[in-house]
Design a protein around this ligand. Sequence first.
Ligand code: KIV
Length: 257
Amino acid sequence: MSSERRLTSAAIRVRKGAAFPVMTAYDAPFGRCVEEAGIDVILVGDSLGMVVLGYPSTANVELEDMLRHVGAVARGTRRAHVIGDLPFGAYEASDETAVRSSIALVKAGADSVKLEGGVRVASRIHAIVCGGVPVVGHIGVTPQTAAIDAGFRRKSDAKSLLADARAVEEAGAYAIVLEMVDAGVAREITAALAIPTIGIGSGPECDGQVLVLHDALGLYPESPPFAKRFTDLGGASIEALGRYAAEVRDRTYPPAK
Ligand code: KIV
């Protein structure tokens, strides 16, 4: 499918001030569902590791995992902009590693990449953009490095968050995810930046909002408190599978005809 037909990073950048939805997806069928629902920005997040691959942390995800799942989402969609997450280990060592990993994600089907960090990854963002790949930043709670970074507690240090946000913008990112940032600080960052902010657990005043698909669809019994469950697909699936099992057991499926 021609990449010219996909929403570009430049078109997302000018959504500053508009409220727009972003959703994660990890495979072709759900990529298609997200796109059919009118959501034209899809993040293949490294949350893949926890919600699909069953790992305890996103730090377990390899670049190869991301390449496979980015490819699946790209093949399942036609017009949506696909953001591929750079997993832990794919960009820390050097700018060169970061550019190589980003280009691999683009070759797999990503239209842009996302990486975690503020001031400390500014040179990586700049190098990737200079390498020709659009970048989304990600500050606030950064799960890949939560072990060295105050864990998963909400972030509210306005001075340091603003410095991170500005560094990401100045390095050339076209948008920035704010994860679990105090809502007042998220509002301040959104007002201060020319690029769109995309919030998750950061209040209603970011430009866009993103959720993890499995949380939004209720595929697990538990989800983070900020993540609204828009349906109970987990419950509906268990109920349907139970009916299938019962019908096989009592020989009502398949029908005799
Ligand atoms: O990996 C992911 O799904 C993310 C979102 C939580 C923003 O980074």
